[in-house]
Design a protein. Structure first.
Length: 171
């Protein structure tokens, strides 16, 4: 399959394991240059070593400043950004019964706020390269899931933001 990614710089949050690692591998198969962003340094470095291409940025994206730093480091290293894949998240089991308002806010911080922050800081670079933004959601955005109020809310918001964002870009 030719996705026209040859030489494109593709930043993938949560890129060290699971869906993120599969996205990174697919990008490399299309001759893209992956930027693997993850807070799991060992897994990120192991994947990078396996692929022998791209960059690893170890970061916790819960603070806006960290998101800014990731984008800036990518631009400094490669001079461009062609795609941002917002994938990072964790089903942290914060629910109505087994959670608290504080834990719910923290869950949103882990699973939602960085999607906006990464897109915000990447936008000027994506516009310059006429690049793409992909927000990975979850089936829980539509179906819900017991005992995961924070995660389900965040994925629901991500799903809505992606649909609304796509409509805004196309008009």
């Amino acid at each position: 399959m030719d996705l026209h990614l040859n030489g494109k710089v593709v930043l993938v949050t949560g890129g060290a394991k699971g869906i993120g690692a599969a996205i990174v591998r697919a990008a490399v198969a299309e001759d893209a240059v992956p930027v693997i962003v993850d807070r799991d340094a060992n897994s990120a470095r192991k994947l990078h070593s396996e692929l022998s291409v791209g960059e690893v940025i170890v970061a916790d994206l819960s603070a806006a400043e960290s998101c800014y730093a990731v984008i800036q480091r990518t631009i400094e290293r490669f001079g461009r950004l062609d795609a941002l894949v917002n994938n990072a998240g964790v089903n942290d089991k914060v629910g109505l019964e087994h959670g608290s308002p504080e834990q719910y806010i923290q869950s949103l911080g882990r699973n939602l706020f960085h999607y906006y922050n990464m897109a915000h800081y990447a936008l000027p670079h994506l516009k310059k390269s006429r690049g793409s933004l992909v927000n990975i959601s979850s089936k829980t955005a539509v179906t819900g899931q017991g005992s995961t109020s924070g995660y389900a809310s965040a994925k629901g918001a991500t799903y809505r933001r992606s649909v609304i964002g796509a409509e805004a870009v196309m008009t």
